[in-house]
Ligand binder design. Structure first.
Ligand code: GLU
Ligand code: ZN
Length: 289
């Protein structure tokens, strides 16, 4: 059965971009007689707030979006993330990293590396400083050793046969069956963080484990996350998880063409409601009804 999900981080009010994403996922699932699930991605303990969780539930209900079963909170899944991390560790696919942000920026832009640092889905591509070096017992992030993971999956040729199906389009119009490119992954994604230095599991690990745990078969989300999909697909393969299909939708922009962000409070669903807008007007403005 088609199962889609909406997975907001409760770090601000639901804005029009979220409403668009949730509506597309919900209406697609309902039209197919499928399930629609809600997951609250509350792993960032500093930024996640209970009042934002309450606001998300209230605003979705007001828009007419319902979900099946209980809401899944990522904060309830820490044991599962730790277990997967331990599995990857035992297989030699992770390493500890004690670098600060500044260390990474400096190492990545060192002249011998050829000038400007490469940027990937998590910002600067980690230059691999801590790979293969003893990282002691102090606070450390845990990173995926991407080259080791590619080798464990059977090498570059085998990883090049992995792919995902895109039902909408990526930022450059990518659609259909999209194959992983191991060389591009190494150059433009690199050794992503799986567990942050403060102990919090990182987004890519949590998202692939939870999509599998919840039986998600279609991931509807914004095109801003398209660049994160290849490494998430690789993690799915490394962890033996099923492959969902993807629908990366266009981004909603404000009147000046900027992508909406949490700072655009005037375009939050709550603010528009307070100003007298109806759900139908909001959805019509998004071009979905
Ligand atoms: N929690 C993420 C966000 O709010 C979305 C994760 C996903 O859809 O994969 O941007
Ligand atoms: Zn490091």
């Amino acid at each position: 059965m088609l199962t889609d999900r909406f997975a907001p981080s409760p770090t601000g009010e639901l804005h029009l971009g979220h409403a668009f994403s949730a509506w597309l996922g919900w209406s697609g699932a309902r039209a197919a007689g499928g399930r629609f699930l809600l997951r609250i991605e509350d792993l960032d303990r500093e930024r996640a707030r209970p009042e934002h969780v309450a606001g998300i539930l209230r605003d979705l209900a007001w828009l007419g979006i319902d979900w099946d079963g209980e809401v899944l909170f990522q904060s309830s899944r820490l044991a599962a993330y730790a277990a997967a991390l331990a599995t990857l560790g035992v297989r030699g696919l992770t390493y500890r990293c004690t670098c600060s942000r500044r260390d990474i920026a400096e190492a990545a832009s060192a002249p011998q590396e050829g000038g400007a640092a490469a940027h990937g889905p998590d910002g600067i591509v980690y230059p691999g400083t801590c790979r293969g070096r003893p990282a002691g017992d102090g606070p450390a992030a845990i990173r995926l050793d991407l080259a080791a993971a590619i080798a464990a999956l059977g090498g570059a040729a085998a990883v090049g046969r992995l792919g995902f199906t895109e039902h909408d389009a990526g930022p450059d119009g990518e659609t259909g069956r999209i194959m992983l490119d191991p060389a591009a992954l190494l150059a433009a994604t690199g050794d992503i963080v799986l567990r942050r230095r403060d102990g919090a599991p990182a987004y890519h690990l949590a998202v692939v484990l939870d999509d599998a745990f919840q039986g998600v078969t279609r991931v509807t989300r914004g095109r801003d996350l398209f660049a994160a999909t290849p490494v998430q697909r690789l993690l799915q393969a490394a962890l033996g998880l099923p492959e969902p299909e993807y629908r990366h939708h266009r981004l909603i922009r404000d009147a000046s063409g900027r992508r909406l962000a949490k700072r655009d409070r005037d375009l939050s669903v709550a603010a528009l409601r307070a100003a007298g807008a109806t759900p139908r007007e909001i959805l019509a403005g998004l071009g979905v009804v």
